[in-house]
Design a protein around this ligand. Structure first.
Ligand SMILES: CCCCCCCCCCC/C=C/C(=O)SCCNC(=O)CCNC(=O)[C@H](O)C(C)(C)COP(=O)(O)OP(=O)(O)OC[C@H]1O[C@@H](n2cnc3c(N)ncnc32)[C@H](O)[C@@H]1OP(=O)(O)O
Ligand SMILES: Cc1cc2nc3c(=O)[nH]c(=O)nc-3n(C[C@H](O)[C@H](O)[C@H](O)COP(=O)(O)OP(=O)(O)OC[C@H]3O[C@@H](n4cnc5c(N)ncnc54)[C@H](O)[C@@H]3O)c2cc1C
Length: 672
C-alpha cells in the first residue's frame, strides 16, 4: 500500500520566515543530535528507512476498524523490522545503534505505536539487564532476530504501582526442576503489557517467588505463552487484548492469566538472585531493587522521548502559526500571522526551549545512568539511590510538562488542532500515557522525596551530600536567598525554593511526630508538600543542567548560534521563574518591581526570538513522514492538506449515505 504525495511550492509566508533566520540551522541540529557525525548518520538511516515510501497509508489509520488497524500495524511492523535488521543495523552495528533514531524512523511508519515496540523497548532491555551470560546467549540472539517476540508483563489488574503487592506466584518444584506460575485471583491477572494481547509469543513475567516454603518477593521469569508455529496460547495460559484505550490503539495491550503453568528452572532471570536445583535461594545482588532495573532504564530514556514528542508538536504548531492569519489589528490592514501575537509566542516558544532543555538533560542523564551502571557491574551500588531519585523526578516532570505543552500546541492551532490529521491529538494521547506508565507522576515524585528528606537531614547535620543535591549544603540552613536577575541568580533561586520546600517538609513531619503521630502518618499527611518539594528539586536540576550543557555544547558554535541557544535557555529560566512567583516571594528576596522587570524582559525575549521561530523548529529536522501532520509539513500548504485528508474520510466515499433512506427520509416523511 503506497501513496504518493504531491510536491508543492513552499507557502510564501513560510518562505519569508525562513529568509529572516539569522543563525546556522545545521549547527543547532548538530547540537540536538549530539554532534555533526550523529546528524549525518541519522539522516543516512532515515533515508534508508523512509525513502521507499513503505510507510504511507492510503487510508488513514484512524479511519480503520480496531482489527484492521492492528493488522495494518503488524504488516508495517514486519516491513519495518526487516529494514532495521537488514539495513539500519548494517550501518551502525548493534553496539552503536541509537534508540532515538529507531524512535524517529518508527514514527514515520506508525502514527500511534508499533505492536513490536515493547519487544524492543522493554523485553530486550530486560534480557540484557537481568540475565546471566548463559541466559543472554540463549535468549538474546533469538529476540534480536525476531525469532521470539516478547512483552513485559509486570502490572496486574489489582496492582501497578505497588510492585511488592503483585499476586502472581512462581512456586519452585525441585522434583521436576520447574517453576509453577499461577494466577490465584482475578486481580492477579497481568494487565496492560504492550504487545501481549495478540502479538507476543514470550513475555517477561514478574511474580512472587516461593521456594522451600518461603516467599522471596518479586522476581522476573521468561515465559513462552504461545506456540511458535500455530501461535495458539499454550495450555494453562489465558491471554487476550484489554480493549479500546485513549491511545496506544495499535499496541494490543494484553491480559494474561496462568493456571499452574510450568516453566523450566532456567527461565528465572538469575543475574541478581537464583534458585539452585534443590530449591535453595541465593541472592547475589548488592542492592535489593536491581530487579527494577528495566524501569529505571525506561524512565531515563523517556526524557529524550518527551523532547522528541514536544519537538514534533512545536514544529506543527509554529509552522501552522506562520501560515495562519486571523483578526485585523487595525482597520484595513492585512490580518497578521497568528505567530505575531505575543500570547501565541508565549504558548509556543517555551515548547521549543523545553524540547532543548529535555534533550540536553536527557544526554546528561544517560551518561549518569551509564556511569552508575558501570559501577554496579563492579559491585559498587552507592550511587543507585541518587540515580533512582533523579530518574524518577525527571521522568515525572518531563512527561507532565511535555503533556501540558503539547496541549498548548493543540490550543495554539485552534479548531484545526482538534483534527486527527493535525497529528496533535495522537501525540497528546501517546504522551498522556507516559505520565502514568513506568511509574505514576505522584508516586515517582514521592520516591524522590524520600531521598530528598534524607539528604536534607544529612546537610542539616553538616555532612556532605551527593552532587545533585549539593545545593542543600549551601542553602539548607539559609532563610531566603538574595534575588539576582542573572541566569546564575535565577538558578540559585530555584535551588533555594527546592531547599526551602524540602526543609518545610522535614519540619512538618517532625511537628506531626511531636504532636503524637507515628512516622508513617506524619509522612502521609505531608505528601502534598513532599510532591511539591520533589517537583521543585527537579526544576532546580533541570534549569542547572540545561544551562550548563547549553554553555558546554555551544563553546565552539558560531556567534549567532550561541546567541539563539542562549536566548532559549534564558527564556526557559524566565518562564519558570514567572510561573513560580509565589515560591520566589516566599524563598527569595524578590520584590514586586523585580518581578515586573522580569516580566518585561521575558516579553522582550519573545519578540527577539520571533524572527527565528520557524527556523528553530526547522532545526529539529523532522521529516514530513515523521510529523504526519496536515498543519505542520515543511511546505506549509495547510489548507490543501486539510482538504486532501477530508476526502479520505470513509463518509465521503458515496454522495448519499444509506442511513438517509433507512432513517432520515422515513423520519422526514413521518413514517418512522
Ligand atoms: C526503543 C526505545 C523505546 C523508547 C520508548 C519506550 C516506550 C516504552 C513503553 C513503555 C510502556 C509501559 C511499560 C510499563 O509501565 S512497565 C510497568 C512499570 N511499573 C512501574 O513503574 C511501577 C512503579 N512502582 C515502582 O517502581 C515501585 O513499586 C516503587 C518504587 C514505587 C516502590 O517500590 P517498593 O515498594 O519495592 O519500594 P519502597 O517504596 O518500599 O522503597 C524501598 C527502598 O527502595 C528504593 N527503591 C525503589 N525502587 C528503586 C529502584 N528502582 N532503584 C533503586 N532504589 C529503589 C526506595 O527509594 C526505597 O529507598 P529508601 O528505603 O532508602 O528510602
Ligand atoms: C498505555 C499504557 C501502557 C502500559 N504498558 C505496560 C507494560 O507494557 N507492562 C506493564 O507491566 N505495565 C504497563 N502499564 C501499566 C503501568 O505501568 C501502570 O498503569 C502504572 O505503573 C500505574 O499503576 P496503576 O495503574 O496501578 O495506578 P495506581 O497506582 O492505581 O494509581 C491510581 C492513582 O493512585 C495514586 N497512588 C497510587 N499509589 C499511591 C501512593 N503510594 N501514594 C500516593 N498516591 C498513590 C496515583 O498517583 C494515581 O493517581 C501500562 C500502562 C499504560 C497506561
Amino acid at each position: 500500500m503506497k501513496a504518493n504525495r504531491p510536491k508543492r511550492d513552499v507557502h510564501p509566508d513560510l518562505a519569508r520566515e525562513r529568509l529572516k533566520c539569522n543563525f546556522n540551522i545545521e549547527e543547532v541540529t548538530n547540537i540536538i543530535d549530539g554532534g555533526k557525525d550523529k546528524t549525518l548518520e541519522r539522516k543516512k538511516i532515515e533515508d534508508i528507512a523512509l525513502n521507499n515510501g513503505a510507510c504511507l497509508d492510503e487510508i488513514p489509520d484512524e479511519c480503520l476498524s480496531i482489527k484492521e488497524r492492528y493488522e495494518n500495524a503488524i504488516r508495517k511492523s514486519c516491513i519495518y523490522s526487516n529494514i532495521v535488521r537488514n539495513e539500519m543495523l548494517e550501518i551502525t552495528g548493534m553496539e552503536n545503534f541509537e534508540s532515538p533514531v529507531l524512535r524517529r524512523t518508527a514514527d514515520a511508519f506508525f502514527k500511534d505505536i508499533s505492536p513490536f515496540m515493547l519487544h524492543l523497548g522493554m523485553f530486550v532491555p530486560t534480557l540484557i539487564g537481568q540475565s546471566t551470560p548463559e541466559q543472554m546467549a540463549e535468549w538474546l540472539p533469538k529476540a534480536l532476530d525476531m525469532k521470539i517476540i516478547g512483552a513485559y508483563a509486570q502490572t496486574e489488574l489489582g496492582h501497578g504501582t505497588f510492585i511488592r503487592g503483585l499476586e502472581t506466584t512462581a512456586t519452585y518444584d525441585p522434583d521436576k526442576e520447574e517453576f509453577v506460575l499461577h494466577s490465584p485471583t482475578i486481580t492477579s491477572y497481568k494487565w496492560w503489557a504492550g504487545g501481549l494481547g495478540k502479538t507476543a509469543n514470550h513475555c517477561v513475567v514478574m511474580a512472587q517467588l516461593y521456594t522451600q516454603g518461603e516467599c522471596h518477593g518479586t522476581h522476573l521469569f521468561i515465559v513462552q505463552i504461545r506456540d511458535l508455529d500455530t501461535h495458539m496460547p499454550l495450555p494453562g495460559i489465558k491471554v487476550g487484548e484489554i480493549g479500546p484505550r485513549m491511545g496506544f490503539s495499535s499496541a494490543d495491550n494484553g491480559f494474561l492469566g496462568f493456571n499452574s503453568f510450568r516453566i523450566p528452572r532456567q527461565n528465572m532471570l538469575m543475574k541478581h538472585a537464583k534458585v539452585e536445583k534443590d530449591g535453595c535461594y541465593v541472592k547475589s545482588a548488592k542492592h535489593g531493587k536491581l530487579t527494577y532495573g528495566t524501569m529505571v532504564f525506561i524512565r531515563v530514556t523517556l526524557v529524550s522521548e518527551m523532547s522528541f514528542n514536544l519537538s514534533k508538536a512545536a514544529t506543527i504548531a509554529i509552522r501552522y502559526s506562520a501560515v495562519r492569519r486571523q483578526t485585523e489589528l487595525r482597520p484595513n490592514e492585512p490580518e497578521p500571522q497568528i505567530l505575531d501575537y505575543p500570547t501565541q509566542q508565549h504558548k509556543l516558544f517555551i515548547c521549543i526551549a523545553t524540547a532543548h532543555a529535555f534533550q540536553l538533560t536527557s544526554k546528561w542523564l544517560w551518561d549518569t545512568f551509564q556511569a552508575v551502571m558501570a559501577d554496579v557491574r563492579k559491585g559498587n551500588v552507592d550511587a543507585l539511590p541518587e540515580l533512582h531519585a533523579l530518574s524518577s523526578c525527571l521522568k515525572a516532570v518531563s512527561t507532565s510538562d511535555a503533556l501540558s505543552h503539547i496541549e498548548q500546541c493543540r490550543f495554539a492551532c485552534g479548531g484545526h488542532g482538534y483534527m486527527l490529521s493535525s497529528n496533535l491529538p495522537f501525540i497528546y494521547s501517546f504522551v498522556a500515557a507516559t505520565r502514568t506508565y513506568e511509574g505514576d507522576y505522584t508516586v515517582l515524585l514521592l520516591q524522590t522525596a524520600r531521598f530528598l528528606v534524607k539528604a536534607w537531614e544529612q546537610a542539616e547535620s553538616g555532612n556532605n551530600v551527593t552532587p545533585t543535591v549539593a545545593y542543600l549544603n549551601r542553602t539548607a540552613n539559609t532563610k531566603r536567598v538574595v534575588w539576582d536577575n542573572t541566569h546564575e541568580g535565577i538558578i540559585q533561586s530555584f535551588q533555594a525554593i527546592a531547599a526551602g520546600k524540602i526543609g518545610q517538609c522535614v519540619r512538618s513531619i517532625r511537628d506531626r511526630i511531636k504532636s503524637g503521630m507515628d512516622y508513617e502518618d506524619a509522612w502521609l499527611m505531608t505528601t502534598v508538600q513532599l510532591v511539591a518539594a520533589a517537583e521543585a528539586h527537579c526544576r532546580a536540576v533541570l534549569v542547572n543542567t540545561y544551562w550548563n550543557e547549553m554553555i558546554r555544547l555551544t563553546k565552539s558554535s558560531s556567534a549567532n548560534v550561541k546567541t539563539v541557544m542562549h536566548q532559549l535557555a534564558v527564556l526557559y529560566l524566565m518562564y519558570w521563574a514567572l510561573e513560580k512567583t509565589g515560591d520566589l516571594l516566599k524563598y527569595s528576596s524578590v520584590s514586586k518591581q523585580d518581578l515586573d522587570d522580569l516580566q518585561r524582559r521575558y516579553e522582550e525575549l519573545l519578540a527577539a526570538l520571533r524572527p527565528n521561530a520557524v527556523s528553530l523548529v526547522d532545526a529539529f529536522d523532522l521529516r514530513d513522514e515523521i510529523l504526519h501532520s496536515s498543519l505542520g509539513s515543511y511546505d506549509g500548504c495547510v489548507y490543501e492538506r486539510l482538504m486532501e485528508e477530508a476526502q479520505k474520510s470513509p463518509l465521503n466515499a458515496e454522495p448519499v449515505n444509506p442511513s438517509f433512506h433507512k432513517y432520515i427520509k422515513p423520519l422526514m416523511q413521518g413514517k418512522l
